[in-house]
Ligand binder design. Sequence first.
Ligand SMILES: NC(=O)c1ccc[n+]([C@@H]2O[C@H](COP(=O)([O-])OP(=O)(O)OC[C@H]3O[C@@H](n4cnc5c(N)ncnc54)[C@H](O)[C@@H]3O)[C@@H](O)[C@H]2O)c1
Length: 334
Amino acid sequence: MKYLVTGAAGFIGFHVSERLLNAGHQVVGIDNLNDYYDVSLKQARLDRLVSPLFSFHKIDLADRVAMEALFASEKFDRVIHLAAQAGVRYSLENPHAYAESNLIGHLNILEGCRHNRVQHLLYASSSSVYGLNRKMPFSTDDSVDHPVSLYAATKKANELMSHTYSHLYGLPTTGLRFFTVYGPWGRPDMALFKFTKAMIEGKSIDVYNYGKMKRDFTYIDDIAEAIIRLQDVIPEANPEWTVETGSPATSSAPYRVYNIGNSSPVELMDYITALEEALGIEADKNMMPIQPGDVLNTSADTKALYEVIGFKPQTSVKDGVKNFVDWYREFYKV
Ligand SMILES: NC(=O)c1ccc[n+]([C@@H]2O[C@H](COP(=O)([O-])OP(=O)(O)OC[C@H]3O[C@@H](n4cnc5c(N)ncnc54)[C@H](O)[C@@H]3O)[C@@H](O)[C@H]2O)c1
């Protein structure tokens, strides 16, 4: 199979590309290598993807001409679309980056899939679409119409845009709502990376909402495994489906949305304790109020995921954090 993986230099895209290559697939990776965070980390990930089956193009998703040319020349069987402007907090500072990468970029992916008969498009959504929802665990059967950040709104928009292409052109699309992904090669703008760096450097860490938050932290290998398995679960149209009787996660069109989370939320303070133990360093904690755009708790209902792939994420925070720390110490030689 020939795959397009967007965001191949990114945290999740790198891991997924590695898995596909190990399974003997051909992978074309794209990324614009933007400097939202350290570009040398993105380059180091790419440097690990050495295989005759891998090729890389530095392309911006929002570059319509380049994206059209890529799709026309490569003729992908399947597309795993993971490139995006990520981050909740940064969407308050630089909203236009989200419109470019996440809205225009997603449209270019949909158009490429439509015109080149791609068999299956999988794309990253986010647990942040649950916004003001309070019913726990978060279920894909519930409506998600009240996002609390522009980032979340663009991810919800991606689901809506995908539905129209599934409906109009019969393009099978699967949306993946990831829940706080962490692990080796992780993102420098996320808590685990920032905490680890600060603690090793003897600096204090900022703990938001005074630590009273729960996150359904999901280990990267579990995310990658779920994506690889979902590849083969190509959504089918269900003519029986109606808005009144069906779940919002399904449709009369070949469209599905899944949660990919650990379904065992952990208190932020317990996550920090796991990190303190893995590092052998006690954190100096600055207790801070909640940040605008943050949600208090997240928890994934993964029943639908388990039904279709017979797998759900389950790595414990203790093991996952330790693996991250081992990677961090080795990669940065600290
Ligand atoms: N990591 C998480 O906890 C998490 C949670 C929910 C959803 N997601 C989503 O999963 C996907 C992957 O996230 P990640 O954690 O790997 O983030 P990441 O930032 O490490 O990876 C995204 C990659 O996309 C690239 N990119 C961004 N804009 C681009 C553009 N316009 N053109 C081409 N490349 C572009 C970036 O350079 C980066 O390498 C994203 O869509 C993100 O929104 C991640």
